[in-house]
Structures are given as C-alpha cells and as structure tokens.
Design a binder for this molecule. Structure first.
Ligand code: PMP
Length: 405
C-alpha cells in the first residue's frame, strides 16, 4: 500500500483562499477586505519609517554577527517587551516575577503558552480552555494540538452586533473554579468588539472570585486606539489585581513586522521563586520546539523600545496606522448613514475597535458582495478596515448598501 494513502486532503485556509481568489480577479475596482495586514491609502503594505531607520542602524553595526540567541531570546528585547505590555512600573517587574520568553510572533507565543499550560497547569479536571465565541480561528487548532479541548464562552451577540456581556459573565460564574479563559487584550479578532473598562473590572471580579486563570492574547497593542498604554489597560489591571495570568504578545501589526516573526510570551507567577521554575521549564520546552528564536526582528524591536527618539517615532507611526483605520470607520459610517441612508443601524462601525469589523451582514449578503461587486470578505461578514482607503470606500459603501437592501 502507498505510505500516505490514509492522509486525508485538508481544506485550504479560508483567508488565504480568499486572497488567492482576489488576486485572480481582473476586475479593476476589486477590493480585498479579508487580509489581516495593514495597507496604506494606496492599498500598499507599509514599512514603518522607524523600522527603516532601525534597519539602517543594524546594517551599520560592524559587530553584528549571526550567532544563536539564548534559548529564551534576546535579553534586551524580552525585558523591553515585558515593560511595554505590563508597564514599566508594573509590580510584577519590580518584584522580578515576570517571566518573558521570545517566541515566533504571536502564534508562537500562543503555542508555547498552550504547551506550558498543558504540561504544568494544575488541572483539576479535563484539560480545557474557554475561548470567546467567535475567536481567531487558529486558537482552536493551537490548543487542540497540545491536548487542550477548546470550549466556547458567549461573547458576541449578532442581534445587537455588540458584546453579549450578561452571558459572558454568566459563563465565567458557572464554569468550574480554576478554569482557564482566553481573553483578547484589545481589538478583538474577528469582531472588533471589546469590553469597556467597567466591564473588564466586573470580569476581573468574577475571575478572582472563581480563581480562574487568564490567558491574554495581545496581537494589537497600540494598533487599536493609537495609544500603547491604553491598549494594555486590561492586562495591567488584571496584573494589579494579582490575577494569575500569562500574556501572548505580537509585534506583527504594531511594528509592521509580519514576516519577521517577533513576539514574546510573558508569564506572571505569584513570586520570584515560582518565576525561576517557570522560566526553566519554558526554556526546556523552547529548546525542543525551536532551539532558539530568530534574531533580526527582535534586534529591530529592541532598538525601537530602548531608544528614546526611535520609541517616539514608533508611537507616531502607530498613530498613523490606527488613525487611518479610525478615519475609515468614521467615513464608512458617514456615507452609509448620511448619504445613502442604508437600512439598519451602523453605530457598531464606529464603536468597534482595531483592524476588524463585524459588519452584521449575513453569509448570503457577503456572498453577493463577492460575486456581484468583487469585494472579498469572510462569510461571517468580517471586514478588515485596512483594506478600505479614500479611493475605494465609496464603491464599498454603495455595494454594501445594495447588498442589504
Ligand atoms: N492572536 C490574534 C487574535 C491574532 O489576530 C493574530 C494575528 N492574526 C495573532 C494572535 C498572531 O499573529 P502573528 O503570529 O502574526 O503574530
């Protein structure tokens, strides 16, 4: 018998499939709203000016070599990345109990965090994690790969196109004590719907009462509001409340370093002693997974995070990206409500945050947009705001209007 005859053919990834269909389309006004990467007003990928500067600094460094990094990554990078997400005045950093390990971007941080929990979390029952319904599709696969069963908690209410707060809190309350919950730190993917600070506080209260463990995924710090501190608020609040947690961090979006795979996993144990033990085990896991992480992107981010001028410039670049996305939300809302008088309510377009928006349209309407208007989006109605620009937004709004009438 043939060696691989039992291997079933897997379906292509839905987002990459959508991009392929977009590329093959020859219609001049086609729009790709599937891709989760920033585009400028000319629909081009944007290399951040601060990244160009940092790259030049690296090129001019005569001492730069291509040796292996330590197993847990570039120390300057992990230390600065920890301060960025936890805050430089974080009690966890002051008490030397934050463990930071460099990972293969946010996906690698999720994987390493999941693997670590699978092996070392003190599971009272079956290995399970509560994921928001819906969530980034990869979360399901990442946890299944390490033997943790994904469960859903209610998150998004299609009727209100907003947070299903009551059912979310209800599930936190009814889950077994010490359950593991994954929260998106900001700019929830795919819905664009985040809890308000008051809702986060109430969520934290239940987490404390039930002794749950929090797995934060932070892929969009700064990219959501334009303010790095504001987007880290929930994580910092939970750390301040002494909630046991870990944070997955990605520099793909906020530094435009998609292909460089720069990220970190930060685990916050209760004391320095536990931190040393956690770090030792993360090193062991990392060793067999990737041996040591890649250096180039980590060096770039490290320069940006530790240089005063570069850090300020990075903040301006972040504002350029988040500002453009926010202005697309405002403009789309304005055209739909004031010019076209499109049926339905569209407040969610401006209330949601970050790159993605759940438009609230159904799969048939999404299909009509693809087939009739050459506008590519997911069947869930999720669009990437980064795919809109001053030249195509009218065309999109008019066709969205037609699709829902
Ligand atoms: N988590 C979420 C919620 C995301 O949206 C993404 C990016 N699509 C990631 C993690 C990880 O992305 P990356 O591996 O490119 O950092």
């Amino acid at each position: 018998a043939e060696t691989w005859e039992d291997v079933p053919l897997a379906p292509p990834d839905s987002i990459f499939k959508l991009t392929a269909a977009y590329k093959a389309d020859t219609f001049p006004q086609k729009i790709n709203l599937g891709v989760g990467a920033y585009r400028d007003d000319d629909n081009k990928p944007w290399v951040l000016p601060v990244i160009k500067k940092a790259t030049q600094i690296l090129l001019n460094d005569p001492d730069l070599d291509h040796e292996y990094l330590p197993i847990t990554g570039l120390p300057e990078f992990t230390a600065a990345a920890g301060k960025l997400i936890l805050g430089s005045d974080s009690p966890a950093i002051a008490e030397e109990r934050a463990v930071s390990v460099q990972t293969i971007s946010g996906t690698g941080a999720n994987h390493l965090g999941a693997l670590f929990l699978s092996k070392f979390y003190h599971w009272d029952g079956p290995k399970q994690i509560y994921l928001s319904d819906p969530t980034w599709a990869n979360h399901h696969a990442i946890f299944k790969n390490v033997g943790i069963e994904p469960l859903n908690y209610p998150y998004y209410d299609p009727k209100t196109i907003a947070l299903d707060y009551d059912h979310f809190i209800g599930t936190l309350q009814s889950a077994a004590p010490r359950s593991v919950f994954l929260f998106h730190a900001c700019a929830h993917n795919p819905t664009g719907v985040d809890p308000t600070p008051d809702q986060w506080k109430a969520i934290a209260d239940v987490v404390i009462e039930k002794n749950h463990y929090v797995f934060f995924d932070c892929a969009y710090q700064g990219f959501a509001s334009g303010d790095l501190n504001k987007d880290a608020w929930a994580v910092r609040y939970f750390v301040q409340k002494n909630i046991p947690l870990l944070v997955c961090q990605s520099f793909a979006k906020n530094a435009g370093l998609y292909g460089e795979r720069v990220g970190a996993l930060h685990v916050v144990p209760p004391n320095k002693d536990a931190a040393a033990r956690v770090k030792s085990q993360l090193s062991v896991l990392q060793r067999s997974e990737i041996s040591n992480p890649p250096s180039h992107g980590a060096r770039l981010v490290s320069l940006i995070l530790t240089g005063t001028d570069l850090f300020e410039e990075w903040n301006r670049d972040i504002k350029t990206m988040s500002g453009r996305i926010i202005s697309m939300r405002t403009e789309l809302y304005r055209i739909l409500t004031e010019e076209l008088h499109t049926p339905g309510t569209w407040d969610h377009i401006i209330n949601q945050i970050g790159m993605f928006s759940y438009t609230g349209i159904n799969p048939d309407q999404a299909k009509a947009l693809i087939d009739k208007a050459h506008v590519y989006l997911l069947s869930s109605g999720r669009i990437s705001m980064a795919g809109l620009n001053s030249k195509n937004i009218r065309y999109f709004a008019e066709n969205l209007d037609k699709a829902v009438r």
